[in-house]
Design a protein around this ligand. Structure first.
Ligand code: F6R
Length: 608
């Protein structure tokens, strides 16, 4: 997730912009750059790697005196993480410079049009295409605000943008569509940034730009209007009370809670560019030149392996690809890896650096299997060593316990199932459209529901906080979610918890149940509901208390019934998952545990 900052004021802009970028470092990045207009020309300095590499470069240059400037930290999406692809990007005439967060979906189409007109490109980015599109519009439209709007009306996708021109060295322009961008309103100085902490030491007064809005900003004024028709928009200025640290957490108590609440946006953003306009087909260009596997082995660790187990259900039912899921630490030492023709391996890893998963990837490749990587961190070892890589685009996950990464992995697995299913002819356009519709309805519904779910989790955690043990029960696609619920509870609150396939309880584990050994039963209103209901009765018959997570209208004999909205199909998992996460979060917080950094755990397990 890139970070954008823009400044117009009375202070030297370049050091201020770099300082602001430091406060956005938590977003993660792989290169950085700054721009300002100095003696009638753009001065752009960029560097691969962390901000200290950029600072080293800046220290060898004469100091810039400009008091307007912009900066960017880049998390690679189009093109490798290198200096050439780092932002800001200049237009061909070097009169415009642009920093951008997001994806311009139709950039290839625009690039071809511009190439035909004689434009040349020096990077692989969609950003360089966009800045030249603005330049092209500016040739026929002298008002830059209008030219900017014309270009944005042609570009489809998600973006937050800051634009500067040598014609107005003390002004910056900003625009937002489905990516965060906030104006900071100071005295004799104004700011724009992807997140409030960037400018918080200078001003607490902010304007939240809405999707489809753009702004022209100088040191003493700002003007906001709609991109589509340039009609003016009046925003009230709000005052932020948070300090920098809590602002980085978006006002949430912990990064984990923030990341749980980010999931609706991740679902929406991860669909961008991956579904056709008619919504009845899925685009995964990364896999276009790869055959559909005859069999698939999914290899991962921890939460990522639970995502894989969940994905197995959807891949088998939609793409009809037989799937086996293996734990990486076991798989890497299997004596003999046998692959049949057209069998493939999919390794799933948020960090892309997990030692066991990386070793499993290497082992599979040595044995001749083609490996697809499903990663969150661009340029990570697994992303680099896999034959093909799909990115989850969840943005950096800071809390050690994985939450939003699993949600994004489940989403990409769903898209893979639809994509392969379409190629094999096992799902129709109508079936794809139905699943896509289910997914697209989730962000709005989750935004609405999550606060209430959080309250319920709070209430239940108080009631069950004395428990020393917990069972998590589920069937079918809810079994991997039960495993994940148990993992979250034990790693965060240190309460012993086990996930079980609900029907397996009677084969031994039920011996443990008594009045102080509760169970968390996942029982959405689907075909397996009557079966899970019987399992709840079995627990209750042994005085075990049950929390039943279910849907409206379901009558269950449980101590506590937690009702969440019903979602058709396997997509119900996207509502169940945050409920499990919130319950564990609240339990750990109530018990005074270190939620974001549980004991003995590391975010990236790079040792065996
Ligand atoms: C649990 C958790 C871990 C990771 C596991 C794999 O909350 O975060 O179980 O899922 O260490 O990590 P990645 O996905 O980075 O390979």
């Amino acid at each position: 997730m890139c970070g954008i900052v823009g400044y117009a004021g009375h202070r030297p802009a370049v050091p201020l912009v770099v300082e602001e970028l430091h406060r956005l470092e938590y977003r993660g990045y792989d290169s950085a750059g700054v721009a300002c207009v100095q003696q009638g020309a753009f001065r752009v300095v960029k560097a691969e790697g962390k901000l200290n590499a950029l600072e080293m470069k800046l220290s060898t240059e004469p100091p810039a005196t400009a008091t307007t400037g912009m900066g960017h930290t880049r998390w690679a999406t189009h093109g490798a993480p290198c200096e050439r692809n780092a932002h800001p990007h200049l237009s061909n005439s070097a009169k415009l410079a642009l920093v951008h967060n997001g994806i311009i979906e139709n950039y290839l189409e625009i690039k071809n049009e511009l190439t035909a007109k004689g434009y040349v490109f020096h990077s692989e980015t969609d950003t360089e295409v966009l800045v030249n599109l603005i330049e092209d519009c500016h040739k026929s439209e002298p008002d830059l605000m209008k030219a900017f709007s014309m270009a944005l009306c042609k570009a489809h996708g998600a973006y937050a943008i800051c634009l500067m021109s040598i014609e107005e060295p003390d002004v910056f322009y900003a625009a937002r569509m489905s990516a965060p961008l906030i104006l900071g309103v100071g005295t004799g100085e104004n700011f724009v940034a992807s997140d409030i902490p960037a400018f918080l030491p200078y001003t607490r007064r902010v304007v939240f730009l809405e999707n489809g809005e753009m702004a022209r900003v100088d040191k003493s004024s700002f003007r906001v209007c709609r991109i589509a028709d340039l009609s003016p928009v009046e925003h009230s200025i709000e005052t932020i009370e948070w300090d920098v640290q809590s602002a980085q957490k978006g006002g949430y108590r912990h990064f984990m809670l923030k990341e749980i609440f980010e999931q609706p946006d991740i679902l929406r953003d991860s669909m961008t560019g991956r579904v056709s306009a008619s919504r009845d087909s899925v685009r995964l260009h990364e896999l276009d030149d790869f055959p559909v596997p005859a069999r698939l082995t999914i290899v991962a660790c921890g939460t990522s392996s639970h995502a894989g187990m969940w994905g197995r259900h959807i891949l088998e039912s939609m793409a009809r690809v037989p799937v086996q899921v293996e734990i990486a630490s076991e798989y890497r030492y299997k004596e003999r890896l046998l692959f049949s023709k057209d069998e493939m391996v999919l390794v799933i890893s948020q960090s892309g650096e997990t030692a066991d998963t990386l070793a499993a990837l290497r082992r599979a490749r040595e044995c001749g299997a083609a490996v697809i990587g499903l990663c969150n961190v661009v340029g990570s070892s697994i992303a680099r060593e896999a034959d093909r890589v799909l990115y989850t685009q969840a943005g950096p996950e800071i809390s050690v316990a994985s939450t939003k990464a699993m949600c994004s992995q489940m989403l990409v697995l769903t898209l893979m199932a639809l994509y392969w299913g379409a190629r094999k002819g096992t799902v129709s356009g109508g079936e794809i459209a139905a699943v896509v519709q289910d997914i697209l309805s989730l962000p709005e519904m989750l935004h609405k529901e999550l606060p209430g779910m959080h309250e319920k989790a709070k209430m239940l955690s108080r009631k069950y906080s004395q428990a020393k043990n917990f069972f998590y029960l589920g069937r079918g696609h809810c079994y991997p979610l039960a495993l994940e619920g148990a993992l979250k509870l034990k790693e965060l609150s240190y309460i012993h918890a086990e996930g079980y396939a609900a029907g397996e309880m009677k084969h031994g584990p039920i011996a443990l149940v008594d009045s102080v050994f509760p169970a968390f039963a996942i029982c959405p209103d689907d075909a397996l509901l009557p079966k899970v209901k019987s399992n709840i009765v079995e627990v209750q018959a042994r005085q075990g208390k049950v929390i039943a997570l279910t849907n409206p209208g379901v009558d269950l004999p449980a101590e506590d019934v937690w009702v969440v909205p019903k979602v058709n199909s396997l997509m119900a998992g996207f509502v169940i998952l945050p409920a499990l996460q919130l319950f564990s979060y609240e339990m750990a917080d109530y018990l005074g545990k270190d939620v974001d950094q549980p004991r003995n755990l590391a975010k990236s397990v790079t040792v065996e």
